[in-house]
Design a protein around this ligand. Sequence first.
Ligand code: B16
Ligand code: MG
Length: 224
Amino acid sequence: MIKAFILDLDGVITDTADFHFQAWKKCAASINITLDSTFNEQLKGISRLESLERILRSAGRQDDFTAIEKEQLANEKNNFYKSLLLQLTPDYILPGIRQLLTDIKDAGYKLGLASASKNAPTVLRALEIDGIFDGIADPNNVTNGKPAPDLFLQAAAKLGVRPVECIAIEDAKSGIEAINEAGMFSVGVGDRAFVQEADFLTSSTNELSLHSLIKAWQRKNGPE
Ligand code: B16
Ligand code: MG
């Protein structure tokens, strides 16, 4: 039986992925590393410090900085990212998502968030949807980030539901792996190449209706 829906934030509810990319590009440029959008795909869903490690490794520079210097670089990236977030308004909610959130709540399902972002509370406030979630996983409080299942399992625990009772939605390869590992029904949004391991694929958030998600779950699990 479906009891809850758990959503990713960046790339599913809002497109802050481009802000992350701009901030990492600026941070990387300060140490003479050039980032392109293809490489950026590998950073989606990945924690701040692990993202920095991946950027340094991509340029063979992983041993050039101390832990303190890495912390400083990650802080600089975050400060720039936060300055970009100041322009965020409810207009930044991706197409179809407001209706989906309303339909989930109106139908009596629990609503959870599983974002790797420590800025998630600020983003939700700026989008004016911070009050509607029944459980929000805390990335400060998990052992492993995506692709490990920890954030999704913590969200389900906060909602008081079992993983098999959850439909979870992600835009990143690491996120789909996390959902599958958690034992939830996975829904991938966006470029097929990155979310092909999902139980159900959609090319844009516009296609995420409550009806279509329930139908997809039933095709795999049988009628509720
Ligand atoms: P922060 P999600 C992830 O959010 C982003 O996709 C990823 O690019 C970012 O590095 C990560 O959050 C950490 O974000 O630096 O704000 O803590 O997709 O899991 O909602
Ligand atoms: Mg995402």
